[in-house]
Write a protein that binds this ligand. Structure first.
Ligand SMILES: [Fe+2]
Length: 126
């Protein structure tokens, strides 16, 4: 059984999908089950991935991470998203961008997630 907003990846072609409606079936791509990407919440290596949320005049700034994550062609933050009050806001980033995104939501509560092209899905918040 899938869950709302789970992220799945095809390990053959690289397709990544986010679930918008949970169902009983298994997600399949390129002839095999897609891999559920579990969000990591604690940094381990030298690169920092856990989103850091800062309050701004317009809302919140989500930075990846405590030390800015690389934004290179083959290793970068693909997107940053905030889930709050039944809404999802997402900013897609590209190599060379700053590893951060600002969202017009209040700073209390909510979950910030980001996806690294090499290290997968990460989250912070409640
Ligand atoms: Fe990374």
């Amino acid at each position: 059984m899938t869950k709302l907003l789970e992220v799945y990846k095809c390990e053959i072609c690289g397709n990544i999908v986010e679930l918008l409606h949970a169902g009983a079936g298994e997600l399949v791509c390129c002839g095999q089950p897609m891999k559920l990407m579990a969000a990591k919440t604690e940094d381990q290596g030298k690169e920092k991935h856990v989103p850091v949320i800062e309050k701004t005049a317009k809302g919140i700034l989500v930075k990846v991470g405590a030390v800015p994550h690389p934004m290179e062609d083959k290793h970068y933050i693909e997107w940053v998203a905030v889930e709050k009050d039944g809404k999802v806001l997402r900013a897609f980033l590209k190599p060379g961008d700053k590893p951060e995104a600002e969202f017009p939501v209040s700073a209390d509560g909510g979950i910030a997630r980001e996806y690294c092209s090499v290290h997968g899905l990460w989250s912070a918040g409640n």
